[in-house]
Design a protein around this ligand. Structure first.
Ligand code: ADP
Ligand code: MG
Length: 578
């Protein structure tokens, strides 16, 4: 028993009946707050915690690596507006989970990472405990809030604080440190029950000021070429009907960021998706709804934004986001649901739609670009190129609008984002703000578990490698996930060579790799597809059966470009570029 723990002697069975402990208080605190799913990797000191959770009716999903359990929890947070919970062991397990926690923080997804930790007294004196690490200190700079619980009677408050910190204001990642000694700490059961806290109104509405709404409407009304940009904050807010009404009643063209695709269907007449360059260059007033002016929007300046002077209106729950990169002439701080409904009220009082010259120009550009792309999507080449393969998958997503699309890779990501139309909100889950590889299987599993809908994961062969072992997890829980690996034999392309002739080139993988066998190894279905027709057949079969499936889609190793569409981010050597 740790020196800091209030010790209770358990002498008789009678006495034991009145006791609870850290394990059970934690479970009760989570259940009281409707947190019913835990993504974890078992081990010391939380193995029994997982077992007790499962016995108490929580759904506990065990992964093969903490990072993927963490990505599942992070995307669960995005999809449900409740914190997704990831549970890990100490030091290395914690560090593996921390990548996902930082990812949740960066993407504004509510998530709680709970990690077991070693004996405080030994860790703090650095006496070399099993998996010794000051986890709280390490987590702190990477998340929104970090807490450590030392006494069983504080578990209720700690869980309440973690939930509130994760979902209120701008959502984000929270770390909860659970020293091993805490879990076994006993306390009186009745006092324990009293110590639990049900979080009332965890993410209170944040109403924008009337002035800020009036200012935004003024700027919008003065626009000749207005544009709305919808970001994943708008998707997160679940204010779908009001956002659609605002776009349609205002008549303003809109551009969805990648995870906001489907908030309105991508084939909506006001979508400027296929006229992105034109829209960004020429717009005079841009209203950002839950989107940041970060690298994904070229920081709101430079070539992408043309020479036209811009006025920005920004709707965001985080006041500090305003003026992050350029001046925001009309900041609207509040939750998106409240802000958008206030704007709708304003518009209802009188509104002139934007000039037809502008909306027609956008629509024309969209239709030209869509017809230019169409024939490329219909080729049945074997081996496939990106467009042939994605053309097939685009049709499948159109026919199955409830399916969730998970997408990562370089070319596989860039092309899929522009080729595949989304038809419903929160159906496209991708690499997010960091553009990070490795989210694939974790997000696919999280999405399947949280929504019950079939998942289609479109993965570059390199991207898939980061989380590939989780196909065992997919098979173990028999999840309706179809993974399509775009196998072009390498990172970007499959053609790199070592100029010295000694080793494989740095960006290539084993030629003709059989990723389909990985799924077969665990009882799922593995298929190889060499043409778009074969790919269509295999994916439809998987989506109909709901069986875990991996389609090894053979892509021409010559297809693909260095770093996809962000090759410009690579530094160039002045000495040589081969
Ligand atoms: P994208 O990458 O799609 O452009 P970002 O992640 O950059 O989206 O931006 C999302 C923004 O949405 C963040 O600035 C975040 O503060 C904001 N946000 C998230 N949830 C809400 C909400 N419920 N209400 C208002 N703003 C929100
Ligand atoms: Mg590749």
């Amino acid at each position: 028993m740790s020196a800091t723990a209030p010790s209770v002697d358990v002498k008789t069975d009678e006495a034991a009946q009145d006791l609870t402990d850290g394990f059970h208080l934690l479970i009760d605190a989570l259940k009281l707050n409707d947190i019913n799913t835990i993504y974890n990797v078992p081990g010391i000191p939380i193995t029994d915690l997982g077992r007790y959770m499962q016995a108490a009716g929580l759904r506990v999903l065990s992964f093969r690596h903490e990072q993927h359990a963490g990505y599942a929890a992070a995307i669960a947070g995005f999809l449900t507006k409740k914190p997704g919970v990831c549970l890990t062991v100490s030091a290395p397990g914690f560090l593996n989970g921390l990548t996902a926690l930082a990812h949740a923080q960066t993407n504004c997804y509510p998530m709680i990472l709970m990690s077991g930790s070693s004996e405080r007294e030994i860790v703090d004196l650095q006496q070399g405990d099993y998996e010794e690490m000051d986890q709280l200190a390490i987590a702190k700079p990477l998340c929104k809030a970090a807490f450590r619980v030392l006494h069983a009677e504080d578990i209720g408050i700690a869980v309440a604080r973690a939930i509130r910190a994760a979902v209120s204001g701008r959502p984000g990642g929270v770390y909860l440190d659970l020293p091993a000694a805490l879990l076994g700490q006993a306390m009186d059961a009745a006092k324990g029950a009293q110590s639990l806290v049900k979080v009332i109104d965890p993410a209170p509405a944040q109403i924008p000021s009337a002035d800020s709404i009036a200012r935004a409407l003024d700027v919008l009304k003065g626009a000749k070429r207005p544009l709305i940009i919808l970001g994943k904050g708008a998707a997160y807010a679940q204010a779908d009907a009001d956002i659609k009404a605002l776009v349609e009643k205002s008549g303003i063209p809109y551009l969805p960021m990648s995870m906001a695709k489907g908030l309105l269907p991508d084939d909506h007449p006001q979508s400027a998706g296929a006229a992105r360059s034109l829209a960004l260059k020429e717009a005079d007033v841009v209203m950002l709804i839950g989107a940041r002016l970060n690298w994904l929007l070229s920081h709101g300046k430079g070539k992408t934004w043309g020479t036209e002077p811009k006025k920005f209106i920004q709707i965001d729950i985080e006041p500090k986001e305003m003026d992050s990169n350029v001046e925001i002439v009309a900041p609207v701080v509040g939750d998106i649901g409240s802000c958008v409904s206030a704007l709708l009220e304003g518009i209802a009082k009188g509104w002139t739609p934007p000039p037809a010259a502008w909306t027609d120009a956008i629509r024309e550009k969209v239709s030209t670009n869509v017809s230019k792309m169409a024939p490329r999507l219909q080729n049945n080449n074997s081996p496939m190129d990106f467009h042939g393969a994605l053309g097939a998958l685009k049709t499948i997503i159109k026919q199955r609008p409830d399916a969730i699309l998970v997408n990562e890779g370089a070319n596989t990501l860039d092309f899929a984002r522009s080729v595949i139309d989304m038809h419903k909100p929160r159906k496209r889950l991708d690499v997010g703000t960091w553009g990070v590889m490795g989210i694939g299987m974790g997000q696919a599993i999280g999405a399947a578990v949280e929504t019950g809908h079939p998942v289609l994961a479109i993965e570059g062969d390199s991207a898939f490698g980061f989380s590939g072992m989780e196909v065992e997890t997919i098979c173990r829980y028999n999840l309706p996930i179809c993974v399509v690996v775009f196998n072009n034999g390498g990172i970007y392309r499959g053609t790199d060579v070592d100029p010295t002739g000694r080793d494989p080139g740095t960006t290539v993988f084993v030629k003709d790799a059989r990723y389909d066998k990985m799924m077969e190894a665990f009882g799922g279905v593995g298929v190889t597809a060499t043409s778009p027709d074969e790919l269509t057949r295999a994916v439809n079969e998987a989506m109909d059966s709901g069986r875990p499936t991996l389609v090894n889609a053979i892509i021409d190793p010559l297809a693909g470009t260095e770093s996809g569409r962000i090759g410009n981010l690579n530094p160039q050597s002045v000495v040589s570029k081969k």
